[in-house]
Design a protein around this ligand. Structure first.
Ligand SMILES: [Zn+2]
Length: 71
């Protein structure tokens, strides 16, 4: 499935905002919510759309890919 098609199916589980892909080397590394600023990681090609797993955009940009991970 292409990223664009995938995006059309995904909304932020927290605020239902629209998600945008965070580009990685080959596939998106994560999906960022434009509304609340959470980033949902993609692990082994599968987007983890769980509020509990979301990382703040700030932490993500600082290198965190998991909630609570040291940057
Ligand atoms: Zn959101």
């Amino acid at each position: 499935m292409k990223t664009k098609e995938l995006l059309s199916l995904l909304a932020c589980p927290q605020c239902l905002g629209q998600l945008e892909a965070v580009p990685g080397e080959n596939e998106p590394e994560g999906f960022a919510c434009g509304r609340c600023g959470c980033v949902y990681p993609v692990r082994e090609g599968i987007p983890v759309m769980l509020v509990d797993e979301a990382v703040s955009r700030e932490a993500w940009d600082g290198g965190a890919r998991e909630k609570g991970a040291a940057s």
